[in-house]
Design a binder for this molecule. Structure first.
Ligand SMILES: *[C@@H]1O[C@H](CO)[C@@H](O)[C@H](O)[C@H]1NC(C)=O
Ligand SMILES: *[C@@H]1O[C@H](CO)[C@@H](O)[C@H](O)[C@H]1NC(C)=O
Ligand SMILES: *[C@@H]1O[C@H](CO)[C@@H](O)[C@H](O)[C@H]1NC(C)=O
Ligand SMILES: *[C@@H]1O[C@H](CO)[C@@H](O)[C@H](O)[C@H]1NC(C)=O
Ligand SMILES: *[C@@H]1O[C@H](CO)[C@@H](O)[C@H](O)[C@H]1NC(C)=O
Ligand SMILES: *[C@@H]1O[C@H](CO)[C@@H](O)[C@H](O)[C@H]1NC(C)=O
Ligand SMILES: CC(=O)N[C@H]1CO[C@H](CO)[C@@H](O)[C@@H]1O
Ligand SMILES: [Ca+2]
Length: 434
């Protein structure tokens, strides 16, 4: 299992220049949720759409393998090189740290030599298929912002499927199929991400681009192309972000396409390097993965600019009177109000779409209260509550306006009624008694 130390993803300032330079920062400029402004009513808050910065999401995932005993080394095994069956000097032994290849090595820091990798048992039961599921779970909705890149040290698999879940692993959808022969493996016509258009962007394709060729020492990566898909709206260098944001705002399918809670890599057939499997040297066939890259950000519905890893779980730090792991609902005292996600539009600050407390039609302030900027009811003397629905604040345990109220004034007990009457002039209990 792979749970790193508690880490916080704080949104950092990403200038516009930086945003156009490289992909991971491209959605980085919705980084402020609110700012103070002077208006006719004095110093007030201006609320904006905001989101956390994109980050390396592999630090926050949990990895599970199926079958659970598929990792090599128990018992110890010797492996042959794919290109030379007489070179069998690679050993996997789970009980020796230097020779073990546990799943964590798919997510450690790469860049040192030699590389560290997870490795499966070899294809000893050929011709029974060598099947492995690698499931990555975040227990949090995240939005992908860059290509998923998987680096194989074993030669790239001849058949593989990348799947995604949007509901914490209950249901799965294919993201992309990979095969040396798409027709043969999945009865699908081979296509590449470059073939996609704005209209076919959501098509699930089978690609032969990452499985063909025996020169695997130089071509070890398998990709799921997020950037190519985003570029269909934002242009080749993602210059036209307004177009992409506009599309993401109005097209739920498109937004959902890049949104996941889990990923699953289904390995169906290892690299064989030739058309025939050499049954005398089955120790040549296995899967080995040195690195998996997943870049993305917490989905906070544009109501948070930071996401923290707390108690082994990512949680948005919600603003705009929203709450929940994804800021997907109104705070308790605003329940029943209309929640909506923020909007990327208008560029560049977007709209917070703050849950309205009141309006002139459906959510009327009661008992003569007046709706101010859709954000609060100004109640008449003698009434309180979010919609001025409460005649006395005495009956209310938490005080006038509920626990989340800005005017969190405590209510005097009945023994202090006299004092209360005296205090009416200062209106400490009834909000906006003037
Ligand atoms: C992999 O997951 C699929 C469900 O997507 C399941 O049917 C299959 O049995 C799993 N494979 C292994 C090797 O456990
Ligand atoms: C893994 O466990 C299953 C069931 O316990 C067993 O049938 C299988 O042979 C084991 N596989 C390996 C590679 O040890
Ligand atoms: C996922 O997060 C929820 C809280 O949102 C928690 O109750 C649950 O235990 C977590 N599940 C796992 C597998 O960590
Ligand atoms: C959230 O609620 C508090 C207290 O009710 C209020 O002061 C604040 O203005 C609200 N913020 C937004 C963004 O509506
Ligand atoms: C959110 O804000 C956008 C942009 O101002 C607007 O088009 C959209 O209707 C708003 N959504 C809701 C549910 O209010
Ligand atoms: C409101 O006041 C009560 C008691 O004075 C206090 O316990 C509570 O934390 C306050 N709530 C807020 C949101 O300030
Ligand atoms: C390690 C091993 O078993 N190598 C064998 C690979 O296959 C050839 C014949 O095809 C054998 O001679 C090797 O011993
Ligand atoms: Ca590694």
């Amino acid at each position: 299992m792979h749970w790193p130390l508690l880490l916080a993803l704080e949104a950092a300032w990403a200038g516009l220049g930086q945003a156009t330079q490289h992909y991971p920062a491209m959605w980085g400029h919705y980084d402020v949720c609110k700012s103070q402004v002077y208006s006719d009513e004095g110093l007030t808050w201006d609320y904006m759409a905001c989101q956390p910065e994109a980050a390396d999401m592999t630090k926050y995932l949990r990895v599970a393998l199926e079958p659970t005993n598929i990792t090599c080394g128990d018992p110890a095994e010797t492996y042959c090189a794919l290109e030379n069956p007489y070179m069998c000097n690679n050993e996997c032994d789970a009980s020796t740290k230097e020779l073990a290849h546990p799943p964590e090595l798919m997510f450690d820091f790469e860049g040192r030599n030699p590389t560290t990798f997870w490795q499966s048992t070899s294809w000893r039961k050929y011709p029974k298929p060598l099947l492995v599921n690698i499931t990555l779970s975040w227990n949090k909705t995240i939005e992908l912002t860059d290509d998923i890149v998987i680096t194989f040290e074993s030669g790239r698999p001849e058949q593989m499927v990348l799947e995604k879940s949007l509901d914490y692993g209950r249901t799965w959808l294919p993201y992309q199929f990979y095969a040396t022969d798409c027709l043969d493996a999945f009865t699908m016509e081979p296509r590449t991400a470059q073939d996609l258009t704005q209209h076919t962007l959501l098509d699930v394709i089978c690609t032969e681009e990452y499985s063909r060729g025996y020169v695997w020492k130089y071509d070890k990566t398998v990709r799921f192309e997020i950037k190519d898909r985003l570029a269909l709206f934002a242009g080749p260098r993602l210059h036209n972000m307004a177009s992409l944001y506009g599309q993401l705002d109005t097209t739920k399918n498109l937004r959902d396409f890049f949104t996941i809670t889990d990923l699953r890599i289904k390995l169906l057939r290892p690299a064989t390097g030739a058309t025939m499997v050499d049954e005398n040297n089955l120790s040549r066939y296995f899967y080995a993965i040195s690195d998996i890259k997943v870049q993305g950000r917490c989905k906070c519905n544009l109501h948070a600019n930071s996401c923290v890893f707390d108690k082994e779980k990512l949680v948005c730090e919600c603003e705009h009177n929203t709450t929940g792991p994804d800021c997907g609902r109104c705070k308790r005292s605003y329940q029943g109000r209309v929640w909506s996600p923020g909007s990327y539009l208008p560029i560049p600050k977007g709209t917070a779409n703050i849950s309205q407390v009141c309006d002139d039609e459906l959510l009327r302030c009661q008992n003569g209260g007046v709706c101010l900027s859709n954000l609060r009811c100004q109640c008449t003397v003698g009434f309180s509550g979010v919609l001025c629905e409460k005649p006395h604040c005495e009956s209310e345990a938490a005080g006038c306006g509920g626990p989340d109220s800005a005017r969190n004034t405590s209510c005097p007990s009945s023994a202090h009624l006299l004092l209360l009457l005296l205090a009416l002039a200062t209106a400490s209990c009834w909000p906006a008694a003037l």
